[in-house]
Design a protein around this ligand. Structure first.
Ligand code: SF4
Ligand code: SF4
Ligand code: SF4
Ligand code: FES
Length: 1007
């Protein structure tokens, strides 16, 4: 009996070319062959896409029969021959068909960078002459997407792009209609790219094995001779074609390889980590001087080949002319440029004076969740060890603190339970209050793929019919702020009906009796009445959760930005404990972190009550360790959080602030009040890459460097710490934040001497047990670590495998009760206003509006209005409306859409002119002071002006996807002119030419 590796998989022996190899049953044969080091062609195969089977170049003999190695699953005792005359001739025949669709003009091709699959396969097969002549295609190049172009003339119809779009990104835009006379890749079944549902994620471009799909930023830029005008290029291509019959491809390829080698001197490939959202995609950035040629994802531990539009194409802002390049000092109502010396001198003088006059606690600091871990660490060290205050915070309070609280209360660690892999494995994913497809796009692709291909179930609770809600098996639309109630009712139903995992609870969870009692009010009837969800639906949800083979719950700002945010987050974790959905793969809690390093900013102690690694400031033992490490005495009282800072300024207690990389005047709720407070500060230092809205209130503005211009680490939502390497030198006049913070500290008397962020990380590891084993060496290249990281460098991709993070190793039920939202509707403020992120813009858009292609597709903000409300109030798309809340007013254009219903309004955050936070109030979750952004009611006045639609027709939201299960190669195999290479060709009639049976070469067809 063979040993089982899990779920019916066994280790077996197979014979390849006479030698025995280990393999797992069900494994793709091509993966095993690749492991042996034998080189066989495989043009359409990509391990992250799985077998596509369109190219036939991987043919091998299996038990005497020709078969595709990629499409064959391993079974015990298989006999494989990879190098027989039969297989070689069949592969060559297959590749000839490919060359019939592709011109080899490598020397003048921007894809000639050593990694072109078509080029490399030509070489591998030793192709000297093409048997099937190249035939130009009838369609022109499609240039209608701002970021990439499609050249049908070079498309080899491998279908990788289709497979990626349909089954990995699952945007379902691409297809190939194999029945057409001239098949090509189609967008929405035949639209231009620009008019289609394409979200510009770039998956297709990344996996294309040749130059058919290419980033526009590469075109004419990568090669030494690729910038030549089109006519000259055509001439050169003709020359290549002309000499091929005589010289053969071998010599021609050699010339192009010399050119490719020369490119290595001027094209740099640098690994970085995305600066936008908390998914933490990593990739290489290809640059030529300061020009970004392309973003190339390949083996990032969180994303593989995946990106969204922001990571793949959203980097123009780095070289934007608006970049701050000199410190600025306020003079009256304007600013003047200053030297670094003068500006830093002023910062040090004024902070010292205020500390002298009003005490350390009259100063507050804000760290950025866009900055690195090392920078957040230094900022809190500056606050505590140099200025002497715990008044330090970061924007994790605006979204993630309640989720962290819910997890601290119940399981003891405030991070995602596991990796994205667990989300893929889960039998059921429940998404609550998260527009995952837009806010965490690459993470969403993993759920969409599992749902589409692997039978995973999905339940979404959200006010809006967002993409995930549309795809879900059940979409719950609770009344705003009532998720805790349906969660309670489902929990009680599970308990009452004997569906709870009592064995797990008995062994691993404390506090069952109190929890059970706390569920008493949550009857199904009560939930139906308050949430507006039918009892039957709730019962189905309860049964699905109780019976699923692993449940992961993802949640975000739809939960954490209500007044009951911490309690709702706690209710989620309670439910997972009740159903035994911790301590096993494919299960657990996944609070989705927003910014690229919002997890890290909190981890690093940029919080008023916790030192790095979530160590309380009021714990004398903890303080003693840091005091010893830093050689100072630390303040012991909890400092002000960012919400309290605003109040303290208004009360005249807080006089000065130092903030970096946060657009706080717009992204904090009740922006009018925050701006009023900022205008009252005696001294305000703002450090940023652009002159943000917050800079307007500053006394000193310090020009910083974005992520591409520095080294450091980010921590994503999976608790994954990853290194970013410097792509460019900091723009002249700017400095990385860690250097600026150090300069400020030194001028305030500190003896810091960090030469590189790795030294800062060494200090972090020495003081925070959570990161004890983190070193830059262990994070080299694509490597990553998921905290906690033990001194020997082992990490914990999946938390709670042996115990929960409490002293007795057990989790805790934490009873919660529901509280009403802060701003119920009334006769005057009669509409609920929801808000959130967009796929294309990050938050208010300070970076993404400086990306031309994004601005073209999504130039402005809007308010979503339901067709019902629009009809009632006489509003059409493009109409200007005025929204007034109890806190402020904005003018904005309407977008009538079925994504919202009834009296629900929705505004994305992407505006600095009409920011939604002019409307949100100051009420907070009482436990964490996270603003209740989502508890906002407004009234709406319809204005006379009618404008254009705020969204151009070329926005992907107007497209019509064409879902199918991948490339559907079976349809290709059914073509009358297709036959398996190496087999006898049947007689076919094609293009009015009768071809005799058995004639395999010189055909006009290339299938
Ligand atoms: S959505 Fe667009 S960019 Fe993304 S894979 Fe599909 S076609 Fe390509
Ligand atoms: S465009 Fe698509 S089908 Fe054509 S070569 Fe590229 S990946 Fe293959
Ligand atoms: S924004 Fe998020 S999903 Fe998009 S590439 Fe960056 S990290 Fe990945
Ligand atoms: S790699 Fe197997 S068919 Fe293309």
């Amino acid at each position: 009996m063979l040993p089982e590796l899990g779920k019916g998989i066994y280790m077996v022996k197979i014979i390849i070319d006479g030698a025995s190899y280990d393999a797992k049953t069900g494994e793709h044969l091509i993966d095993v062959i690749n492991r042996t080091g034998k080189e066989i062609p495989q043009v359409c195969y990509h391990p992250q896409l799985g077998p596509i089977q369109t190219c036939d170049t991987c043919l091998v003999e299996i038990d005497g029969q020709l078969a595709r190695a990629c499409g064959t699953s391993v079974s015990a005792g298989m006999q494989i021959v990879t190098g027989s005359a039969k297989t070689e001739s069949a592969r060559r025949e297959a590749f000839d068909r490919i060359l019939g669709n592709h011109l080899l003009y490598c020397t003048v091709c921007d894809n000639n960078n050593g990694n072109c699959t078509v080029h490399n396969t030509t070489k591998l097969l030793g192709v000297e002459h093409q048997q099937i002549p190249y035939r130009p295609k009838p369609d022109p190049v499609d240039n209608t997407n701002p970021f990439y172009r499609y050249d049908p003339d070079q498309c080899i119809l491998c279908g990788r792009c289709v497979q990626a779009c349909q089954t990995l990104q699952v945007n379902e835009t691409l297809s190939i209609r194999w029945e057409d006379d001239h098949p090509r890749v189609l967008w929405d079944g035949g639209k231009t790219i620009g008019e289609s549902s394409c979200v510009s994620c770039g998956h297709c471009v990344t996996v294309c094995p040749c130059n058919a799909l290419m980033e526009k930023s590469m075109v004419g830029q990568a090669g030494y001779m690729t910038a030549i005008p089109h006519n000259a290029l055509s001439g050169m291509i003709d020359v290549v074609k002309g000499i091929e019959p005589e010289l053969g491809y071998g010599s021609i390829l050699k010339v192009s390889e010399v050119e490719a080698a020369m490119r290595k001197d001027r094209i740099r490939r640098t690994k970085t980590v995305c600066t936008y959202c908390g998914v933490g995609c990593s990739y290489e950035i290809w640059t030529k001087d300061r020009h970004i040629l392309k973003v190339e994802p390949s083996e990032g531990p969180a994303n593989g080949v995946s990106t969204c539009v922001k990571g793949k194409f959203g980097w123009d802002f780095v070289n934007n002319e608006d970049r701050l390049t000199s410190p600025l000092i306020r003079e009256g109502e304007t600013f003047r440029e200053a030297t670094w010396d003068e500006a830093l001198g002023l910062v040090a003088t004024r902070l010292s004076e205020i500390k002298q006059e009003d005490g350390s606690d009259a100063i507050a600091l804000i760290a950025s969740s866009k900055g690195t871990n090392e920078e957040a660490y230094l900022m809190q060290k500056l606050a505590r060890a140099v200025i002497g205050t715990n008044n330090i915070d970061n924007c994790s309070r605006y979204c993630q603190s309640p989720a962290t609280m819910g997890l601290f209360r119940t399981v003891g660690h405030g991070g995602d339970t596991g990796s994205f892999k667990e989300l893929e494995r889960a039998g059921l994913v429940v998404i609550i209050g998260s527009n995952t497809a837009e806010s965490h796009p690459v993470l969403a692709t993993r759920i969409k793929r599992a749902h589409k291909l692997h039978g995973q179930k999905m339940i979404v609770s959200d006010l809006r019919r967002n993409e995930m809600a549309e795809r879900a098996d059940i979409h719950l639309k609770p009344q705003p702020g009532t998720d805790l109630i349906w969660l309670g009712a489902v929990s009680r139903y599970i308990l009452d009906n004997g569906l709870a995992k009592m064995d797990f609870i008995d062994q691993w969870v404390n506090g069952f009796a109190e929890y059970k009692k706390s569920l008493e009010p949550f009857t199904m009837g009560y939930a139906e009445q308050v949430c507006g969800i039918p009892i039957k639906t709730l019962q189905t949800v309860a049964e699905m959760i109780a019976k699923a083979d692993g449940v992961c719950v993802c949640w975000a700002m739809g939960i954490t930005q209500h007044t009951n945010a911490s309690d709702s987050s706690t209710a989620i974790s309670n439910l997972l404990l009740l159903t035994g959905n911790y301590m096993r793969p494919g299960a657990g809690s996944y609070p989705l972190r927003g910014h690229n390093n919002v997890q890290g900013a909190a981890d690093m102690g940029a919080m008023p009550d916790e030192l790095p690694g979530y160590q309380p400031v009021d714990d004398p033992e903890v303080r003693a360790r840091f005091e010893k490490g830093w050689g100072i005495t630390l303040p012991s009282a909890k400092g002000l959080d960012n919400h309290e800072m605003v109040e303290a300024i208004l009360e005249g207690k807080l006089k000065a602030m130092y903030l970096y990389g946060e657009e706080m005047s717009l992204v904090d709720s009740n922006a009018n009040l925050v701006q009023d407070a900022f205008s009252k500060l005696e001294f305000f230092v703002v450090q940023d890459i652009f002159f943000s809205q917050t800079c307007r209130f500053a006394n000193v503005v310090l020009p910083a460097a974005p992520s591409l211009e520095k080294e450091g680490t980010f921590t994503n939502t999976e608790r994954r710490i990853q290194r970013l390497y410097q792509v460019f030198e900091p723009l002249t006049g700017t400095k990385p934040d860690w250097q600026i913070i150090q300069e400020v500290a030194k001028r305030l008397g500190a003896d810091w001497s960090y030469n590189h962020p790795s030294e800062i990380m060494r200090e972090i590891a020495s003081l925070a047990p959570l990161f004890a084993g983190v070193t830059y060496e262990r994070l080299e290249g694509w490597k990553s670590l998921q905290w906690p990281v033990h001194p020997d460098g082992t990490d914990e991709p999946l938390l709670f495998t042996e115990r929960f993070n409490f002293s007795d190793g057990k989790a805790r039920f934490f009873p919660v009760a529901w509280s009403e939202p802060a701003e119920p509707l009334d006769a005057e403020f009669d509409l609920h206003l929801n808000n959130g992120r967009l796929l294309e813009h990050f938050h208010e858009g300070n970076m993404t509006y400086r990306v031309e292609g994004i601005r073209e597709k999504t130039p402005d903000t809007w308010v979503e209005i339901s067709p019902q409300l629009a009809a009632k109030r006489g509003i059409e798309t493009g109409r200007w409306v005025e929204l007034t809340s109890r806190h402020g007013r904005v003018r904005v254009r309407a977008l009538v859409t079925q994504r919202v219903q009834g009296h629900e309004l929705y505004m994305p955050m992407n505006s600095t002119e009409s920011p939604v936070n002019r409307l949100t109030g100051s009420h907070t979750d009482p436990v964490t002071h996270t603003p209740a952004y989502k508890d906002t009611s407004v009234k709406m006045r319809v204005l006379p002006e009618k404008g254009q639609s705020p969204l151009p027709k070329t926005n992907y939201r107007f497209g019509h996807p064409t879902p199918q299960r991948g490339v559907e190669v079976e349809r290709k195999w059914k073509r009358p002119d297709y036959w398996m290479p190496g087999t006898q060709r049947p007689p076919v009639k094609t293009n009015n030419i009768n071809l005799p049976s058995g004639e395999n070469h010189g055909s006009v067809d290339s299938f």
